[in-house]
Design a protein around this ligand. Sequence first.
Ligand code: CDP
Ligand code: CDP
Length: 226
Amino acid sequence: NDHFYQIAIDGPAGAGKSTIAKLLSTNLAFTYIDTGAMYRAITYKILKQNVLLDNEHAMIALANQTEITIKNGRIFLDQEDVTELIRSEKVTKGVSIVASVKEIREEMVRLQKRISQHSHVVMDGRDIGTVVLSKADLKVFLTASVKERARRRFEEMREQEPDLQLQAIEEQIRQRDFVDENREHDPLTPANDAVHIDSTSLSIHEVVEKITQLFCEKIKKNPADE
Ligand code: CDP
Ligand code: CDP
């Protein structure tokens, strides 16, 4: 009767979730699952097929005919590697609308739960502690000020998109957070039992250390082989 460990990391855009989750998963030899990438992949397909973002019916139909898989840190949409394609500004702008559709969320949550049944996982997203891994061994709600999160994104994207303005990124982040926090189904909100970490003035290393320590304390209290 194996117990697989689960670490859930939620929080707003640019808080450092994926960077930290990736490092944690490497250090602990756990599987990393980027749930945001899954919503981005379905959004990419919807946009590519020219389905309008106000046509819920068509979006759901398309999602039902879509296969999303994750392998070695790469994300595949109907067998095509879309790891880089899903990071475009167009996808970033549309993804929160797609992610607010109940039926699409249900499909993604089902897939995410299934993936986590077979290995120890670090999963990041918006509803991981509240919905997907509601019994996770450790839940972290990672935040940072919106100015700092915008600055981080700006630094990241400067090379690929030199015309992008810091101000515009901050505005996009605010809008996306607003939609994610206020949608009807599984909004972005901390789980009751989540540990809050504000990373505004912490380094990546400091955040990883902190979470590793929290996890070690947890599993000392509740060993897997009880
Ligand atoms: O990395 P970044 O913070 O830009 O976003 P992401 O994690 O790739 O997620 C993109 C979008 O997907 C979010 O803004 C949410 O609208 C949606 N999402 C969600 O609704 N639930 C999740 N578990 C993960 C992402
Ligand atoms: O996944 P999420 O949108 O929460 O954030 P991310 O994609 O991991 O982006 C965060 C960016 O901020 C990355 O470029 C990190 O190198 C940087 N950063 C961080 O994640 N954590 C810190 N404490 C400091 C910087």
